[in-house]
Design a protein around this ligand. Structure first.
Ligand SMILES: *Cc1c(COP(=O)(O)O)cnc(C)c1O
Length: 364
């Protein structure tokens, strides 16, 4: 069986180093917001090329705290892609603001900049972009619109750790960015973890307080904050794994290249990428096909595990039943047709070749 993502193997590569980090953590005697968090924040800010990194509890909190720190709430609107994981949209609702959905481009699956302008109103405060499946959005177009209408650009980088555009990394392509280090992400902890990156000094200072009960100094609360601190032990694990992120992304790229060059079946639509190689870090390798469930069953029968990202579009979720009458044809088409093939830094080339062979025989 070729598994979709072998998390155990991914982490076992670093077992010795992580054990050492955990031991150091235990012996430090300081278990919340200590040196480990500070160190990872410094390393990750440097990696992304931003002035600041604020460690938080998870990716959803990272997004929600950015919106809170910008004072976006009741009566405000935030543009979000209609084709994304639910967290992007929830982060807006959680703050009492209104998510305004915009359709993606059918080929890149990312928000279509050409459709954004029509949705901007006097209430719009920000555009949230999601670099879906690991591929960066068209940031020149989006930043141009944001400048024209004086909007903030918030990046959801939960799937795009390390992706690069004109030399700048994901997390440094807008005003503020949210990362998730959920175990299955390209940079994954051994539990929940997240971070925010930004070059905005005053936003960073607010965020350092907001994540910790609205306090810079113990027992002095300047904001109505939350408890969303990056766990000290997860931070020490992340410092170990960050060193291998570029190498891991390179391995994902090699597999993706092989898929791109060798999958050759008229029933399968491969991903569309730009010329800028490193602008995609292949968190997922997603193809489309007319009869997706049939393909998934065929692959499973041939020992290949796949997943669907995602089966139900946000506007069709019960949680957002107020949107159930809305129509987003491109998102619906994508949700009906996508299937994610196995890809990971520990997948061996023999398995990669087998996936291609089996896929190319599909429909014969
Ligand atoms: C994983 C993910 C999140 C949420 O991250 P958590 O750490 O699970 O809260 C947000 N947005 C996208 C696009 C994601 O893939």
């Amino acid at each position: 069986m070729i598994s979709f993502l072998d998390l155990k193997q991914i982490n076992l590569r670093h077992e010795a180093e992580m054990m050492e980090a955990i031991q150091k953590f235990i012996h430090s005697g300081w278990y919340v917001l200590g040196e480990g968090v500070k160190q990872f924040e410094a390393e990750f800010a440097q990696y992304c090329g931003t002035k600041h990194c604020i460690g938080v509890a998870n990716g959803l909190d990272a997004l929600a705290l950015i919106i809170k720190a910008y004072d976006i709430g009741e009566g405000d609107e935030v543009i979000v892609p209609s084709n994304t994981y639910i967290a992007s949209i929830l982060s807006v609702s959680m703050n009492g603001a209104t998510p305004v959905l915009v359709e993606p481009d059918l080929h890149t699956y990312n928000i279509d900049p050409a459709l954004i302008e029509d949705k901007i109103t006097s209430k719009t405060k920000a555009i949230m972009v999601v670099h879906l499946y690991g591929q960066l959005c068209d940031m020149d177009a989006i930043n141009g619109l944001a400048k024209k209408y004086n909007l903030k650009v918030i990046e959801d980088c939960a799937q795009s750790h390390g992706a690069k555009y004109s030399g700048n990394r994901a997390g440094n392509l807008g005003d503020a960015a949210a990362f998730s280090f959920y175990p299955g992400k390209n940079l994954g902890a051994l539990g929940d973890a997240g971070a925010i990156t930004t070059n905005d000094d005053s936003l960073a200072q607010r965020l350092f307080a907001l994540r910790n009960y609205g306090s810079h100094k113990k027992y002095e609360n300047i904001f109505k904050g939350v408890n969303s601190r990056l766990d000290e032990m997860q931070a020490s694990i992340l410092s170990v794994k960050l060193k291998y992120l570029d190498e891991d992304n390179m391995k994902r790229r090699q597999i993706a290249d092989y898929f791109m060059n060798n999958i050759d079946n008229p029933l399968i639509i491969k991903p569309t990428t730009t010329d800028e190689q490193e602008s995609h870090v292949w968190h997922l390798f997603v193809v489309r096909t007319a009869n997706r469930d049939d393909l998934q069953k065929y692959l499973m029968d041939n020992g290949i595990q796949t997943l669907i990202h995602y089966p139900i579009p946000p506007h069709k979720q019960e949680a957002y039943k107020e949107w159930s009458e809305m129509e987003f044809h491109i998102s619906e088409k994508i949700h009906n047709e996508v299937i994610s093939l196995p890809i990971s830094p520990v997948m061996d080339m023999e398995d990669v070749r087998k996936v291609v062979e089996v896929i190319n025989r599909y429909g014969e």
